[in-house]
Design a protein around this ligand. Structure first.
Ligand SMILES: Nc1ncnc2c1ncn2[C@@H]1O[C@H](COP(=O)(O)OP(=O)(O)OP(=O)(O)O)[C@@H](O)[C@H]1O
Length: 329
């Protein structure tokens, strides 16, 4: 992601290599079934200090169930969860001490001011130093509005107050489940800016979202879930590069399809009019051209089509595609 490198410099919490050594969250084999329905199947996640990881997936993919298991709200059927080296399934309270989370729409006392609501939240955490209130209000851009009643806040301001509340105890891991749900475009943009700002300060974040744009804008890495399973994982730009489509025009499409169906690095072949669209790594286009030539198939056109994350996402989560599978559509 273009922004990633710039942000790594901004963060100023050691080099990226130093942070790599430090794993904040490690999930392995995490599984949850509801009756015969598998909500999450063998999920593995690794989140390093200072990283912003996006957990992406369509509705019902299992994101909320995964987060709820990490937060000890739902008991896993199998798997391990380690937060800062502590086994969260065995020592839930100790593991969650350094975690801040927002998993539902925030609920506040509407007749109390923003800062008084934060004071109530701080009590639940066993108290925080007085100066921390000003710090978190500043971080979320609510300085100057903290004495107003929450009932007068916009939804975006309430969400920012909720994030301030989750940051009160200086968590090492911040978990945000669909933080822009229900917000208008301006409110969404504010939350995205806030996440970028927290990331720039070195905050480790697990962001759960079904919004591709949001994830592409703020995350270093993304894990895509579909029907409880990981179907793709990696740096967003790298994921897109791996799965670009190559448009091909040849003199004998049926023979080309027959030949290319046997090629291991071509994931998918689609036909659009007289064009063949191949899902394959773009750097193999010379190999492709040589292969066709060697089999006497003449190539009239060969060009790489860039894909949006949206197309990629539909490709890996869509019902017509078997993840990792090949086929002619
Ligand atoms: N308490 C429950 N009882 C039965 N089935 C459940 C329960 N919670 C979740 N599920 C099922 O598990 C699957 C995963 O749901 P989950 O809410 O984790 O997905 P999600 O990716 O968070 O989707 P959404 O964005 O719609 O919340 C779905 O099929 C859902 O119907």
């Amino acid at each position: 992601m273009v922004m990633t490198d710039g942000r790594a410099v901004l963060r100023g919490r050691g080099t990226r290599d130093e942070r790599v050594l430090d794993t904040v969250l490690r999930v392995e084999g995490l599984t949850k079934r509801y009756g015969r329905r598998v909500a999450v199947q063998g999920l593995a996640l690794k989140l390093r200090r200072g990283e912003v990881l996006g957990l992406l997936g369509p509705n019902g993919a299992g994101k909320t169930t995964a987060i709820a298991m990490i937060l000890g709200l739902v008991r896993p059927d199998a798997g391990t969860i380690e937060i800062l080296g502590v086994d969260a399934t065995r020592e839930r309270e100790r593991a969650l001490r350094r975690v801040g989370a927002i998993i539902e729409s925030p609920s506040f006392y509407p007749y109390l001011s923003g800062i008084d609501n934060l004071r109530v939240l701080a009590l639940a955490r066993g108290g925080v130093p007085e100066r921390r209130f000003a710090e978190v209000l500043e971080l979320v851009g609510l300085t100057g509005r903290e004495r107003e009643r929450v009932s007068s806040y916009s939804l975006g301001m309430r969400q920012r107050l909720a994030i301030a509340g989750a940051l009160l105890h200086q968590p090492e891991l911040l978990i945000l489940d669909e933080p822009t749900n229900g917000l208008d475009p301006q409110g969404m943009a504010e939350i995205r800016q806030l996440i970028l700002r927290l990331a720039a300060e070195g905050q480790t974040i697990l962001l759960c979202s079904h919004l591709l744009y949001e994830v592409q804008q703020v995350c270093d890495r993304v894990v895509i879930l579909s029907q409880g399973q990981v179907v793709a994982e990696g740096d967003v730009e790298e994921l897109l590069a791996q799965r670009t489509r190559t448009a091909l025009r040849v003199d004998d499409p049926p023979r080309a399809i027959e030949l290319l169906s046997e090629v291991e690095w071509i994931e998918r072949i689609e036909q659009e009019g007289d064009l063949l669209l191949l899902t394959m790594p773009s750097e193999r286009q010379f190999e492709l051209s040589a292969l066709l030539h060697a089999h006497g198939i003449a190539v009239g056109e060969l060009r790489v089509q860039s894909r949006t994350l949206e197309e990629f996402f539909l490709d890996v989560t869509g019902p017509s595609t078997t993840p990792g599978g090949r086929g002619v559509a």
